[in-house]
Design a protein around this ligand. Sequence first.
Ligand code: NDP
Length: 342
Amino acid sequence: MATNKKLNKLGIALVGLGKYASGQLAPALKETKNCYLAGIVTGSSEKAEKWKTKYEIPESNIYNYENFDSIRDNPDIDIVYVVLPNALHKEYVIRAAAAGKHVICEKPMAITESDCDEMIEACRKAGKLLSIGYRLHFEPHNQEVMRLGQDKVFGNIKSIVADNGMEGTEGWRLDKTLAGGGPLMDVGIYCVQAACYTTGMEPVAVRAKELPKTKPEIFKTIEESISWEMEFPNGLVASCKCSYVEELNRLHAEAQKGWFELSPAYEYKGIKGKTVLNTMNFPEVNQQALQMDDFAEAVTNNRPSPVPGEMGKRDVKILQAIYRAMETGKKVQIKSSKYSLI
Ligand code: NDP
């Protein structure tokens, strides 16, 4: 087969051309150094036509969900990036690995921990790398928070507050079958991530409470807002909240000798940070471009991704525990991961 591969760059195929793929990932792939947009997988022939012209994608690199498995025979595609509704991540990660491709999967990795196990095993068996779309690990303010917390620059952290929310959502995010849950799965996962990377630990127990619905006619199968607490091994507690009816975007850590915080903390752009001593001053970066370039580099150099499937699984385990705590009203213990992660 004639190859359209660009010199020295790995080819990425985006699966699911929704808001995130079209608004963030495809534009970011114009700025990447180690990879480029080589192909697409879509259920929409209209989108296929548009993308073909806009991004100069050859017809032979355009797939639908039925013929997706034949991507195996396409040397232009090295990496498949799954950007579908949450409940579809598992099937397409497993199919991508079986087709011999490295995989990036959007957050949350899947709906259950056992789904994550199957995805990790499929990639392991195929000898392919798997990573999660955790873009903030490549963002300088969030990286600074990791340094301040994990290196105990202000001493041991005593408490964390992490909130993330937005006013309004639509489509599959309102459907528990496709989303796996409500704002906790979608935006609360950033608070779970933040508490883990700020402390460098994983929680040992959680408590959670669903907040009363103000729009029960919209949030029929999912929570509208939820608050929860994550208890870490040294007794530190992270108090978190997420919502689909309130704008929230903050990470605050109180340590023995001072505090540090990001607000907004989890956006694509405009993240701002402060500490008890000063205001953070880091450049604006294209998070998605850095994230995809790092993965392409990991593939090329055969090294692990800093945001591997195991981290996605750890977070899904925590999300499931939070839902169990919400449903039972009881504190739920969490078993620690075998794989050491921050
Ligand atoms: P959208 O609804 O905008 O797009 C999802 C796309 O998936 C659709 O456009 C469609 O693409 C395809 N699709 C296939 N089957 C279905 C189905 N049954 N119902 C709906 N869509 C379907 O979602 P987003 O782009 O906002 O989110 C996609 C994933 O990316 C989610 O897992 C989300 O959590 C994650 N995400 C991550 C972000 C981050 O910052 N890391 C930010 C936003 C989202 P097509 O028409 O091409 O087939």
